[in-house]
Design a protein around this ligand. Structure first.
Ligand code: ZN
Length: 409
């Protein structure tokens, strides 16, 4: 679906750069499927009217989610801890002192966040369209409805359970092209003094770190406080808090409430001022980002070409969706990266989308240490470095590209 107008405000938009022909980011495939591989143009645009950063073209959902099994959030210990803190901040914050509060989470995955409310005996409901993870949540006793959220579902939930005291979402809102439809549903489902709290990768971090791999088919938007405030204002919701998070390489947690219902934190104006200072409202900033992406690509390919000429073995670490943008945009091939190590069984034995680098089990990485590991899962760098002490002890080095290209111990 190509859009020549802003998905939020309808103003004409055009791409400021292109990452070129791109496959489905999560479309790991068998060799015999290469001939049918689907491509689209991955190109971002910036709406000068409402400041929303967005893709101009997004593949049809059935292409992106064909045979797609969402990964289980609960496999990361760090993410478990993150969501336990997130839930605690909601229970001790906006829900404190409320009688029998009701919490809804959009894109509740395997219940990694809602289990914290469930354990406290709170009324909760997860909305999760991916069948496999919704099943995993139900098995843990977490109430989950398998559906896409919008105005209609909001009406059904309200009729059955009443309005929500809190609606939560993590790494979900930036995936939904019909942001207005979801905002309308949220406005309908929320109590007059309820809160809607969501977090997603943050535009300010992406621009500052040149972490262009945040841009791939599923991330139709990259939000800022300014763009979120404008998008939700037309639905009667205002941003009352904005808190930076370190997750996913830099995220922002937005708290919204029906306009005038709750006090607005000073952090909101402070963050908007910071965005202005960073130039997030200026088209030139995005042309600078484009140049930074090109420089990053040149440097990374120079490192990989040198390693190849020197006969070094390079293995990719983490067959993430975001790595598809990097391999395809930079032109990384199996001559640069022998294989990508990944612990997800469904990806193993397949090829990476577009670049067709084999994906192998993690045991292949530990069996014979490579000279270099290209850290695709850089947003989990702390957790990974802690785990891979034997690789480092064997003299292995990491090739990184965010925020700078380099080889690190
Ligand atoms: Zn717009």
């Amino acid at each position: 679906m190509k859009s020549d107008t802003c998905r939020v405000c309808g103003t004409p938009i055009s791409k400021f750069m292109t990452f070129g022909r791109m496959p489905i980011a999560n479309g790991f495939l068998m060799a015999e499927e290469i001939k049918d591989e689907y491509f689209f143009e991955l190109a971002p645009a910036f709406c000068e009217s409402c400041n929303m950063f967005q893709l101009v073209e997004q593949p049809e959902p059935e292409k992106m989610f064909h045979g797609h099994y969402a990964f289980y959030s609960s496999t990361s210990r760090y993410m478990q801890a993150h969501f336990a803190h997130f839930a605690a901040s909601v229970m001790d914050g906006p829900l404190a002192g409320r009688t029998d509060p009701f919490v809804v989470e959009l894109g509740s995955n395997d219940g990694i966040m809602l289990q914290n409310f469930h354990q406290r005996g709170m009324r909760h409901l997860g909305v999760e369209p991916s069948v496999n993870v919704a099943e995993a949540a139900r098995a843990k006793g977490i109430n989950t409805v398998g559906a896409f959220f919008g105005r209609d579902l909001a009406g059904k939930i309200t009729a059955e359970h009443g309005q929500a005291d809190a609606i939560l979402a993590a790494n979900v809102m930036c995936h939904i092209p019909d942001l207005n439809g979801v905002a309308e549903g949220v406005a309908r489902l929320l109590k007059p003094d309820g809160v809607f709290i969501f977090e997603d990768p943050y535009l300010g971090d992406m621009i500052a770190k040149t972490s262009y791999d945040q841009i791939y088919d599923e991330h139709v938007f990259i939000f800022s406080v300014t763009s979120v405030a404008r998008a939700f204002a037309s639905h009667g919701l205002e941003v009352i808090d904005a808190e930076p998070q370190i997750t996913h390489g830099g995220s922002m947690r937005y708290t919204l409430s029906p306009k005038g219902a709750r006090p607005v934190s000073e952090r909101v104006a402070a963050q908007v001022a910071k965005e202005h200072e960073q130039g997030l409202q200026k088209p030139q900033t995005y042309l600078g980002f484009k140049r930074n992406c090109e420089t990053s690509r040149e440097k990374l390919m120079a490192v990989l070409e040198t390693a190849r000429k020197d006969g070094k073995r390079v293995v990719g670490y983490g067959a993430t969706s975001k790595s598809t943008t990097v391999t395809c945009y930079c032109g990384i091939t199996p001559t640069h990266v022998q294989f990508i190590s990944d612990t997800t069984p469904i990806k193993q034995g397949k090829l990476s989308p577009g670049a067709h680098i084999p994906v192998k089990p993690y045991s292949e990485f530990t069996r014979a240490w490579p000279d270099y590991a290209l850290l695709f899962a850089w947003n989990h760098a702390a957790e990974i470095r802690e785990k891979e002490t034997a690789f480092a002890a064997a003299g292995g080095r990491w090739i990184v590209y965010v925020p700078e290209v380099g080889i690190v111990a």
